[in-house]
Ligand binder design. Structure first.
Ligand SMILES: [Zn+2]
Length: 503
């Protein structure tokens, strides 16, 4: 049966309940009572007198739902179509493939991404969606697909009033037709802001829908646009996400083209009113140490995406320096064609392993920290701290039950370490979002998977024909982009970080 209603009371009995502040290796057994979408009680041998549904969680580990703090649903259908390309070249293909799609495609791609996320224990996605054109019809389709899937979404359609070509350093050296392929046009600023205002009013944040403001990237926005985004976030009390310092080219753009802001995109964000507790910058591979310190002082956050940073050859975010600077951190999985998976387990593992790049001494990364970032840290990016990210009374009931019979837990020595280093997603058995069971016994109850598979197969005939056309039309242009890319890498900007850490 597809579709579930939420039981008024749900009792989860006898699971090992993960507590960030408790024994993260062998969490004790407890019961959890859910009422009205929130956790009503956590304790041993809870008794509920009136009518309720019960889930037997013996032999299961119960986690707060994982949150993916950086995701784009617009290129889900591109999964597996790319490798080898650095970010700026990859954008050259993926940007056009996410634009002007049919409503059927937009619905299907949203559901596929939601399905993958649920199966991997993700209960919230931060969808920084590139909607082209930016209109109400598409938005209705996306939000209704999320509602149908039952996953929580922090929705932020991206806005920008400078064209995509502004992402590329030395773009002036590209032939004009290559510049056009990357994008030399954009929608007027006011129309985009009006769209956002209208959407915030039309689809009120409630239950599993939350909003965020997402200027695409500082170098793609005029000061006026960033100031307007800051005002909008303030007015509606919303978090802000924006891509910053993903590639070396972007660091070079900052140093050379933003001289009036001290050569820093963080200063630019500060000068336009965005540097503060609402702000989350995504990636930060090429951020400097002094910029990290300013981010920490402003209580601004950073969302790390190691998987896509490596696949798209951007580099490795400086995990140890960020930790030392005390910046609040979140973790994301990024695009389906740039990582190519929605797995917070993989993101957590990368976070722990990549610390070794700059820190050979015994110490972090630590699994319990990764779990904290992927839950409480990610909730904080969305302004949902105190609501999501831990199993506590009064908090929202987003939970994941992990089957401890999976071989990843044979033997079961440490919940935190085995979740981060061993779990491949196989153990995810049951998923609850806002008190509603969306997956039970590995069956997603909200989505007809077979029907979706058929739908996608039919849509892909047209999509792959488009992909072939895009690849063919860009073949001649690629060497020009490669040349600009090589020029960027000849610069010494930021390189010292990859040689040694400054203690
Ligand atoms: Zn992104």
């Amino acid at each position: 049966m597809i579709g579930t209603t939420r039981a008024s009371k749900l009792l989860i009995k006898g699971g090992h309940v993960y507590d960030h502040d408790g024994d993260v290796h062998r969490p004790p057994v407890a019961d959890i009572l859910i009422e009205g979408g929130r956790i009503a009680a956590v304790g041993t041998d809870l008794v509920v007198e009136d009518s309720h549904e019960t889930i037997d969680a013996r032999g299961h580990l119960i986690l707060p739902g994982l949150i993916n703090a950086h995701y784009h649903s617009h290129d889900v259908l591109c999964r597996g179509l790319f490798e080898e390309l650095p970010l700026e070249m990859w954008l050259f293909y993926t940007l056009p493939l996410g634009q002007n799609r049919s409503k059927e495609e937009v619905r299907a791609r949203t559901l596929v991404g939601a399905l993958e996320s649920i199966r991997c224990g993700i209960t919230t996605v931060q969808d920084m969606l590139g909607l082209v054109p930016l209109n109400a019809e598409y938005t209705d389709v996306v939000l209704s697909a999320y509602r149908e899937a039952g996953i929580r979404v922090v929705f932020s359609p991206m806005v920008a009033d400078l064209p995509a070509i502004a992402m590329v350093r030395y773009n002036e050296s590209l032939p004009s037709d290559v510049q056009d392929m990357l994008g030399t046009k954009t929608a007027p600023m006011q129309a985009q802001l009006d769209y956002l205002e209208h959407q915030f009013r039309t689809h009120r944040a409630e239950s599993t829908l939350h909003w965020a403001v997402a200027p695409f990237a500082p170098q793609r926005c005029t000061p006026k646009m960033l100031e307007a985004c800051a005002a909008l976030a303030q007015k509606h009390d919303l978090p802000v996400y924006t891509h910053v310092y993903e590639t070396k080219g972007q660091a070079l753009i900052a140093r050379e083209l933003f001289a009036e802001h001290g050569g820093s995109l963080i200063t630019y964000l500060g000068n336009t009113g965005l540097l503060g507790p609402r702000l989350n910058i995504v990636h930060s591979v090429w951020i400097s140490r002094s910029e990290m310190d300013r981010m920490a002082a402003a209580d601004a956050g950073i969302v790390l995406n190691h998987l896509s940073n490596l696949k798209l050859k951007s580099g490795i975010a400086p995990v140890c320096d960020l930790r030392e600077a005390g910046v609040r951190l979140g973790l994301g999985c990024d695009n389906c064609s740039g990582s190519d998976v929605q797995s917070v387990f993989q993101a957590m593992k990368m976070f722990c392993l990549l610390a070794a790049v700059s820190e050979p001494e015994p110490g972090p990364g630590l699994a319990r920290e990764a779990l904290h970032h992927a839950t409480i840290g990610n909730a904080r990016t969305a302004g949902l701290d105190g609501e999501l990210g831990a199993i506590r009374v009064g908090w929202r009931a987003d939970l994941v039950l992990i089957d401890l019979n999976d071989v990843a837990y044979l033997p079961f020595n440490s919940a935190a370490r085995q979740l981060v280093y061993t779990e491949a997603g196989r153990g995810v058995d049951t998923v609850i979002v806002d008190g509603r069971v969306v997956m039970k016994g590995r069956k997603v109850t909200t989505i007809d998977e077979d029907a979706l598979r058929r739908e996608v197969a039919a849509l892909m005939r047209h999509f792959i024909a488009d992909y072939d056309r895009v690849v063919e039309s860009r073949r001649r242009a690629l060497p020009h982009l490669l040349q600009a890319h090589r020029r960027v890498w000849q610069s010494q900007v930021g390189m010292n970080r990859f040689i040694a850490r400054t203690h």
